[in-house]
Write a protein that binds this ligand. Sequence first.
Ligand code: GLN
Length: 194
Amino acid sequence: MKTGKICIGVLALQGAFREHRLMLERCGVQTLEIRKPEELDQVQGLVIPGGESTTIGKLMVEWGLMDKIKARAAQGMAIYGTCAGMILLAKEIVGSDQPRLALMDITVQRNAFGRQRESFEAEMNVPEFGNEAMRAVFIRAPYIEKAGPGVQVLAKVNERIVIARQGQFLATSFHPELTNDERVHRYFVEMVAG
Ligand code: GLN
């Protein structure tokens, strides 16, 4: 796979965007922080980081990024959302009418693992990423309550869907950019390259 010419944008309005850049650069691609709509024309893929989905969504609308990201997605741009990013990709958010991209046929529940577990780590198997178990960091994480027929479920924790893919869109409940495991980012880079 030739990844040297690929540039992946990281939405940099709020949240954990620096860690995603570092991880993507370790995977051999160039990165660009995205704050303005026209910057999206320079990238082949986009990462939406964790943070606060209501804040990120509001800023996306205010800064003209919501419509532009949808337009680039319609042209085939790949998008990977972590945590708040997953929420922003979902068509349905339980009990909320907050702004969203609505690109994935999933219903997400926010802060879904319970208040007493603000953050936790879990180990899970992800057959798509090989035999080695993956340790994942969850921070006030959402999970996918329902997924449409076009959605591929890649992993579950406590019977809850935490990694899903639908065509060019990928979502994880957890934060792989906070660990040393590059497999989710490598998988996304391959989606962008393909
Ligand atoms: N709880 C946050 C939200 O609902 C997501 C948390 C995160 O991205 N780590 O937007």
